[in-house]
Ligand binder design. Structure first.
Ligand SMILES: [Zn+2]
Length: 415
């Protein structure tokens, strides 16, 4: 049994039974074997505690402490960057045009299919380690650059292996319905048949991923095709996610509500009546402002969604095409500065609501008793430092299960 005391911390955290955050100006956290034993005002935490009961004391010097970030939507398992394609887009070529000419997702499919496991693992581990250094302690990673049964299973196994090679908790999602592969370009319905009849049963038996996601979009999968995929995934025990209404309003948000999905992602073009259906069905909105930034799109209307009563989570969407960032602090900054979210709403979006979106909110996402001691020390007094000190990640140190797993080089004051 190891007992650690984190003291003199400005603690700021969402809490499960309230929609807002709580904070303690002079707070402390008592951690036993990687779990939070108590948290609150330092005087309260210290009450009845004898110094001999504490193995290690960590004085945070009044710095802000928030929960470790949960990034609930990434495609960070891939093999090659697409920097040249990004430059093309900057010269005016549209994302859908790039998709239609075999670029975009399909070029990542080609490179993942032909790359060795070591190449994919090395690139993905690099992404996860960068994310960890910026405060991410739990990450969801989707398959979807394989798009045939063997390649999708290989991706999901790599994602699982990754979880054993890093301190970060990794949650895999099957996304065979990420794009229609080129060998089915004349027969997209045939690919949906393959997904439903072969790929989903095989993936479920071999890898048992907790979630299935589908890209419901004009030119990708229609609402009726997406529905078939989601129904099959549900029959095989997977929970559901939908990339919905990112570019055009095809009714993806309504489909997520109809299917009882855990979350719907993007939602830039979603119509208000369909957002209202998501509220009734309890579907979480996962917003991806770094994608809007990277595609030079208007940002999703987070303010309207929050006012409608939606639970809003935030994610990086880290992928080699439309959002190449591993940084949750960057996403936090965009949410606060460009989407009308308050600091507390954005922090909840990056932590507790994100944890809800991938089914891990019982173990992480907030600094509460019996949860994992996953926490971040910020180089400031409040979480707002992440928007204020923009373009720089003000994350001094990152703790996973109470252990320091990342530290900024200038962090000399904290052990
Ligand atoms: Zn995505």
């Amino acid at each position: 049994m190891t007992t650690k005391l984190f003291r003199d911390a400005r603690i700021h955290t969402p809490v499960s039974d309230k929609s807002r955050c709580v904070s303690w100006e002079r707070g402390a956290l008592l951690v036993k074997d990687g779990l939070i034993e108590s948290v609150g005002r330092e005087d309260d935490v210290l009450q009845g505690l004898h110094p001999s009961q504490i193995d290690q004391e960590i004085d945070l010097g009044g710095r802000c402490v928030v929960p470790g970030f949960v990034d609930p939507h990434t495609h960070m398992c891939f093999s090659e960057l697409r920097e040249r394609e990004f430059a093309l887009r900057l010269s005016g070529v549209s994302y859908l045009e790039i998709l239609r000419s075999g670029g975009g997702i399909l070029s990542s499919v080609r490179s993942v299919r032909s790359a060795s496991e070591e190449t994919i693992l090395a690139r993905t581990l690099k992404n996860v380690h960068i994310a960890l250094s910026l405060g991410t302690t739990t990450v969801e990673i989707k398959s979807g650059y394989g798009l045939d049964t063997a390649s999708e299973i290989r991706m999901l196994r790599l994602i699982e292996r990754l979880g054993r090679k890093t301190p970060v908790t990794v949650v895999p999602t099957f996304m065979g319905a990420h794009a229609v592969p080129s060998e089915f370009s004349d027969d997209p319905e045939g690919y949906v048949d393959l997904l439903v009849k072969e790929m989903i049963p095989a993936v479920s038996a071999e890898c048992n991923p907790p979630f299935c996601d589908v890209f419901c979009e004009e030119g990708v999968f229609s609402v009726s095709q997406a529905r078939r995929v989601l129904e099959a995934a549900r029959e095989h025990g997977m929970k559901l996610k939908v990339h919905a209404d990112e570019v055009t309003d095809t009714g993806g948000a309504a489909l997520a509500a109809e299917m009882g999905a855990v979350s719907a992602e993007h939602l830039l073009a979603a119509r208000e009546e369909n957002l209202a259906k998501m509220v009734s069905a309890g579907v979480i909105a996962v917003l991806l402002p770094a994608t809007a930034y990277s595609l030079r799109k208007p940002y999703a209307d987070a303010r309207k969604m929050l006012d409608l009563g939606l639970t809003v989570a935030l994610a990086t969407d880290c992928n080699p095409g439309s959002s190449f960032t591993q940084s949750v602090p960057f996403v936090f900054g965009l949410a606060v500065m460009k989407m009308g979210m308050t600091v507390d709403e954005a922090l909840s979006g990056c932590t507790l609501n994100a944890a809800r979106a991938i089914g891990v909110d019982k173990i992480c996402g907030s600094l509460e008793k019996n949860k994992l001691a996953d926490l971040i020390v910020l180089d400031g007094d409040t979480p707002a430092i992440m928007a204020y000190n923009c373009g720089v990640a003000p994350v001094l140190s990152v703790y996973k299960r109470g252990e320091c797993v990342a530290k900024r080089p200038d962090d000399r004051g904290i052990n």
